[in-house]
Design a protein around this ligand. Structure first.
Ligand SMILES: [Ca+2]
Ligand SMILES: [Ca+2]
Length: 356
């Protein structure tokens, strides 16, 4: 669920309602601004991605038109699901589901250990037609397999798996064959997306170097949990070589996605909120320079993705929700503001530490 903005929890979509201006972009120092639009989904009974609200019912996968209409459930309605992605244009859909190994509502994670993500071992990756029919498993391994996304050239799927005992990134063909492991660092590696030329992969990672922290990571993983309080953004070649760290701010940086220019990425972070729940969208160059805050709403904002033409940005947000924990999906126009006297480029209020 961390990496898929199109995961709507509610099939009841009504007409546009009362969303106000997105983030007062005119008073922000950002070079890019986004204009506002109504939420594409309405508040639902399902727990969203709010970092304080455990899910009450397991989320399912839905597909909808880009105006929020024609919402249809794709997944089986059983078990937990996460991380959907279109495959082959829009011919098929990928998602992860526990419906075979764990068809009942999964237990809530044990939050007595702090905020944690469940890494259900019964997650497998499936593909189906966009109406949910012709459901086929692409993975059949012990442990968590999820977070699958597709290269724009249609030749590769990158995904997260714990098949070798740690959480690592792997690639496979669209039919599930030719699996290759891409990462080897102790700690979490996941949430990956390809660049538009399919040559690079951007992802999130937590690689504890402290012995105690690594031990704690392994202890939680043995309980199928991950504590995502520290995640940094990394980029590598599509074959797993040439890994470079993009962020180094000690916050929870996640769901990175390439801008179509191939030089910048957008991601969600709480770097400005002291590790708190107010996630916002940021952009940064692949070289770690030019950090720029994009959203300024006090609620949770995350899961950004650009349309392939770069004209639209879709993201999830808890803004304007009816109930705490509700996450809805928004689309904004993406407008590049030329630098000039009216839009002086200033440093962000609280920039992250740059990697040397
Ligand atoms: Ca790893
Ligand atoms: Ca926010």
């Amino acid at each position: 669920m961390r990496s898929k903005p199109a995961r709507s929890a509610n099939p009841k979509i009504g007409p546009a309602n009362t969303t106000k201006a997105i983030d007062s972009p005119t008073v922000s120092p950002v070079a890019n601004t986004i204009s506002d639009g109504p939420p594409l989904t309405r508040p639902s009974a399902n727990g969203g991605a709010d970092s304080g609200s455990p899910q009450k019912t397991p989320a399912q996968i839905f597909v909808m038109d880009t105006d929020g209409s024609d919402v249809q459930r794709i997944s089986t309605g059983k078990g937990a699901t996460t991380c959907a992605y279109f495959l082959g244009g829009d011919e098929r859909v990928l998602f992860a589901s526990t419906h075979e190994g764990m068809p009942d509502c999964p237990k809530r994670p044990d939050y007595s250990q702090g905020y944690v993500w469940p890494i259900h071992a019964s997650y497998e990756i499936y593909s189906s037609l966009p109406d949910g029919s012709d459901l086929k498993p692409l993975t059949r391994t012990d442990g968590y397999d999820a977070e699958a996304t597709v290269s724009p050239d249609g030749k590769s799927i990158v995904f997260t798996s714990e098949r070798d005992g740690d959480l690592e990134l792997y690639r496979m063909d669209p039919d599930g064959g030719n699996v290759k492991r891409l990462t080897n660092s102790p700690g979490y590696d996941g949430g990956a997306f390809y660049s538009y030329d399919s040559k690079k992969i951007i992802y999130r990672g937590y690689h504890p170097t402290d012995v105690k922290e690594l031990k704690e990571f392994k202890r939680l993983l043995s309980q199928h949990l991950v504590r995502p309080s520290i995640m940094e953004i990394f980029v590598m070649d599509a074959d797993g070589k040439n890994i470079k760290q993009v962020t180094d701010n000690g916050a929870a940086n996640f769901c990175p996605f390439f801008h179509p220019d191939g030089k910048r990425i957008i991601f969600a972070s709480n770097l400005h909120d002291g590790g708190g729940h107010n996630f916002d969208l940021f952009m940064i160059g692949l070289d770690g320079e030019g950090l720029e805050r994009i959203t300024f709403n006090d609620s949770f904002d995350a899961f950004p993705m650009f349309s392939p033409d770069g004209k639209s940005l879709v993201f999830g947000s808890n803004r304007h929700n009816a109930k705490r924990g509700d996450t809805n999906i928004f689309i904004a126009d993406w407008v590049e503001k030329p630098e000039g006297p009216k839009h002086p480029k200033k440093a962000p209020a609280e920039p992250g530490k740059k990697k040397g």
